[in-house]
Design a binder for this molecule. Sequence first.
Ligand SMILES: Nc1ncnc2c1ncn2[C@@H]1O[C@H](COP(=O)(O)OP(=O)(O)O)[C@@H](O)[C@H]1O
Ligand SMILES: [Mg+2]
Length: 491
Amino acid sequence: MKAQDVMEEFKLLVRSRFPVIYLLTHEEDRAEKLVSSAATELNKKIITWAVTSGDASAPPQKKAVDALDAAMASSESAIFFYKDFHHYIETDVVARKLRDLARDFAKSQKTLVLVSPTLKIPVETEKDITILDLPLPGREEIRAVLDDALAFAAKSPKLSVALSENDKDAVINAALGLTISEARRIFSKCLLTDQVFDSRDIGMILFEKKQIIRKSGSLEYFESNETLSGVGGLSNLKKWMASRKGVFTQKAIDYGLPSPKGLLLLGVQGCGKSLAAKSVANLWGQPLLRLDMGRIFSSYIGSSEENIRRAIATAESLAPVILWIDEIEKGFSGIKSSGATDAGVTARIFGTFLTWMQEKKHPVFVVATANSISDLPPELLRKGRFDEIFFIDLPSEAERREIFRIHIAKRGRKPDSYDIADMTALADGFSGAEIEMAVVEAMHTAFGETRDFNSADVMSALRGSVPLSRTMAEEIGYLREWAKERTRPAT
Ligand SMILES: Nc1ncnc2c1ncn2[C@@H]1O[C@H](COP(=O)(O)OP(=O)(O)O)[C@@H](O)[C@H]1O
Ligand SMILES: [Mg+2]
């Protein structure tokens, strides 16, 4: 959602008498601005509360309860803007009071807004509270921060600015994904490190942004050098990707092309799913963000629900972008037993993700990969989530030939000097990853004997290893059978 949309959504919620709105954000100032301008437009008073206001000697927990009582007793048509309530919300008295308040407010002209950087909602109040994520600042807001920084520099005789209009756009792009205060800090840093803000600082902004994004949770900027030419076979998939190459350009948007939602690459391990995901970013010329589902569920970072929401918000603020979710089945494997084992957390995260996939309007293209279907929730596979589900099977003979050539060439040797046909025949049932491993092993052997590796080395490496397709024949057969009617072959 864009900031403007959130404003509309917020006003709609207030007008429809949603009693309690939980604004999830690290940017309290922005939230306060948004709420107070909504209050003005709706002709409502805004009443702010923080634990630091009022009697300093009173215990905070009591103050929180009193604040709820005060809101209930008030006869004003007002928005109550309460800060950092997550500290108090999980006690029995507060939770009870919140429920009473919600019932009461639903029939009144009053709305309670809780603003907090972290999501904490007691189960019993879940139905009474509506969560609203404040999106990260958009271009215009970042531009305003940049203008402030430049105005500051203009007043100081020691500082100078050497940015063209194009540079400024690049600076703003580089800072997308940051909060206002993070952007402000980075821009000052750009000025203060060498007293001049110029295009060389763009690299630093990007670098810092990458650090911030990684620290904040489950997303990581992934640098990928992979290109489609390094992917052997998978012609249908490659065709699909190539035919949508320009989808995120302004030209495509002006033309009215809908932006694609995403792909699910399902298939046998080691056959190029991750590789294809990495190369699509380069093909389309978009940044690649990797979402680590495992970290979503890590309690070291924050609550799982907050983590997925934050990841989505960050990805949206960086759009257009490719969001790569590798081995998605691992994140959602606990879903069937979720109610019993984790109080429904996995199921809820999954629900949040699905709803987002279904409704997203930002050009965030999701590429998810999965090695197995037994752990995949069926809802994920329904129409409307992904544009296409591709099945990636073990490479065919022609594909193996291509893969051998790719990996031999990658090691700086001429594929034509090898007996590709013999190797290919012998590698029946081998995955791309296993073919690569055989080439690498041949190199090790030959290097130990201080000579270059030859076809015989590769062949003996192949003979010496058992491909997964043999040890996992049954699973692969099942996967194939399942995929037949539900997916499109990548080849
Ligand atoms: N079709 C392919 N073409 C070229 N290399 C491949 C192919 N499939 C696998 N490989 C090699 O094996 C490595 C691991 O494959 P990966 O894409 O991670 O498999 P998956 O994600 O399907 O399990 C790749 O980085 C690549 O070097
Ligand atoms: Mg993989």
